[in-house]
Design a protein around this ligand. Sequence first.
Ligand SMILES: *Cc1c(COP(=O)(O)O)cnc(C)c1O
Length: 339
Amino acid sequence: MQKKDIDWSELGFSYIKTDKRYISYWRNGRWDDGQLVEDNKITISEGSTCLHYAQECFEGLKAYSTQDGGIQLFRPDENAKRMQRGCEKLLMPTVATEKFIEACAQVVRANEAWIPPYGSGATLYLRPYIIGIGDNIGSKPASEYIFSIFVLPVGSGYKDKLRPVNYIVTEQDRAAAHGTGAIKVGGNYAASLQANAEAASRGFAGCLFLDPVTHTKIDEAGGANFFGVTKDNKFVTPYSPSILPGITKMSLMQVARDYCAMEALETDIYIDKIDQLAEAGICGTAKLATPIGRLEYRGNPHVFYSETEAGPVITKLYDTLFGIQTGDIEAPAGWIYKI
Ligand SMILES: *Cc1c(COP(=O)(O)O)cnc(C)c1O
């Protein structure tokens, strides 16, 4: 297989049109078998519910090249299940876990030339999504849907080693306490664009959202989960009904326990108690984990470990989980799906 002529080390997180995408339609109460197509444009009715009522959810996962030339997905069953929960909440038809994983495998195989090689640091990102389509106007679920997956090679975000970024705590909320915060829907992202743009305009890499009820506890970053390492070496991450249950976060908890002999727990992390954290960061599929150097809250800056260097625990967690994802370190049972 001839790989594409790409400088894998220069890749960021930008759209690249790869060769094939998977698309399946829900009509007359069932999904069709789905197919791989070349066209990256979809034609949908102006009455599509995804356009007006945000009847849409998506996923993000990756395929990794291993040293022995294999390709593997990381916990795709968890993405399938999370998407099912999103579909149930938005009254959309679910995609069975087997169909979801098989579609992932098909689209990865069909774009083999785009899969970054082992050791490049780059990976193949998969973007599954489900949208309500068809001729509708009233505020009710669509009768037709598209389930599609496209893929693109993405960089690690790090040239050589982990680098901390600076974050600010926003006064805005991304999701309601018992709303859609725990499902991966575009609406949450639309609601967080302004706060993120404001953070960027002030020179921050992004913003953290507080819990929408009391505004005293850290929720998450709106596209990545927050975690910390306490001064007595516990892995902590917020527990909240308004955050997205990240697969990276769950995996890091288990890595902390089983590979680093740390205690790991979901708990309240009060914004006025962050000096209890020796290290802090955000985590998600796209960049795995990024240390937060400085966090600003109401004009007060707080530096966790360092503004220029990643802390030792985050570095160990990162290296271990990336090693598991790329097959260098033995994974817990069920985490790896070989293609
Ligand atoms: C996708 C996402 C995350 C990270 O989830 P992973 O499964 O780890 O990629 C965190 N927060 C939000 C809001 C997300 O949409």
